[in-house]
Design a protein around this ligand. Sequence first.
Ligand code: FNR
Length: 419
Amino acid sequence: QALLYARGTYGHKPKVPVDADRLYEAAHKVMSPKAWGYVAGSAGRNRTDKANQDAFSRYPIIPRMLRDVSRRPMGVTLFGEEYASPLLFAPIGVLEMAHPLAEGAVASAARQLDMPMVLSTQGSTPMEAVAAALGPTKFWYQLYWSSSDALAQSLVQRAEAAGAKVLVVTLDTHAMGWRCMDLDEGFLPFALGQGIAQYTSDPVFTALAADRVAAGTRSLAPKQAPTLAAVWALASIIGHYPGKWWDKAFSPAPRAAVDTFLDVFPCPHLTWHDLAKLREWTRLPIVLKGIQSAEDARLALEHGVDGIGVSNHGGRQVDGAVASLDALEEVAREVGGKAPIIFDSGVRNGADVFKALALGASAVLVGRPWLYGLAIDGAQGARDVMARIAAELDLTMGLAGVAGVREITRECLKVPKVG
Ligand code: FNR
């Protein structure tokens, strides 16, 4: 905040809009209909996505006066590690739909801010390369548990070896939600070979795909990707977004790998008992992402997980589900401080982060906003969006009379307590 205002905003009109609604509109303009539908779309009639964002209006902040707020430390400790702020880049897959540099651009943004990234299993760049690009900036790894345990184990162990600090296991996406925009466009990015770089760089997956790979492919080979990325970047600079043909032409993985991915993708058979396997595979702290009820939070703790991820995937899975923020307080009561709560879904600005922290979150993942920034202005855009959310959180604390993130409590909000 100090940086934003001390240097002055006068005369500087940013390329990436500050306002969340204008950011959304600006991203819409630069993305192809398919990419936009995939990124901005949610499940069914988008009711959960809307509910996620609307919920924040029901928890007003009570500003307090005449408190010394000249220092407002933002640091938090999570799973024994120090972090500069409670903000993280949420795991988002298929980033090449927003920008050809994908995780490379986000890693650059994250490194500039020293703000951790949660790397997606549906990544467009092998995790080892992203870890290298992040340098000293910490990262967590998000697992989609495929129907092959050997593959899931391999991904987890690669992440641990690459230096991940936490394993985030996403539970709510054992199948894709009913996404009307994608269905109308006839679009599934993975079917084009997008977002499967963690798999194609994995020895277990490669073995699974060997037969099909040997059979050959009609898709473009991965070695052509840099050339296409350069053409894309040039076209973007001269102001022509080549999204339509890009979506058709670009398939970074051989057809056989795509088919193998589609084979191992769904895993609806998983139950609480399977979590024990994770403990055998890794020593990393485990966070379950997708918890939306006190009962599941209790089960998670009973099964020995280290953190609770309160999330409904940005409303992309179940249409008409409970707003993630409404689930948060109930979950926080159940957890009772026994484990960190990592919140996401619907966060659009710094005041939203403040409210989530007040309702019991230990840290907050931001999803679509930085993705929109990435689509508009690459690394700089993603960086700007996250820097502003942090700046607005800092300013909100100051103006609400709260001297740091650790001081944000339930008493900062005017709402009846649950129960
Ligand atoms: C996601 N999300 C997601 N989550 C995850 O665990 N693994 C993933 O690969 C992805 N991929 C993904 C792609 C896209 C395009 C979106 C929009 C979201 C969900 C993400 O981590 C987070 O839960 C939501 O984005 C949070 O909601 P908001 O901030 O977008 O409202």
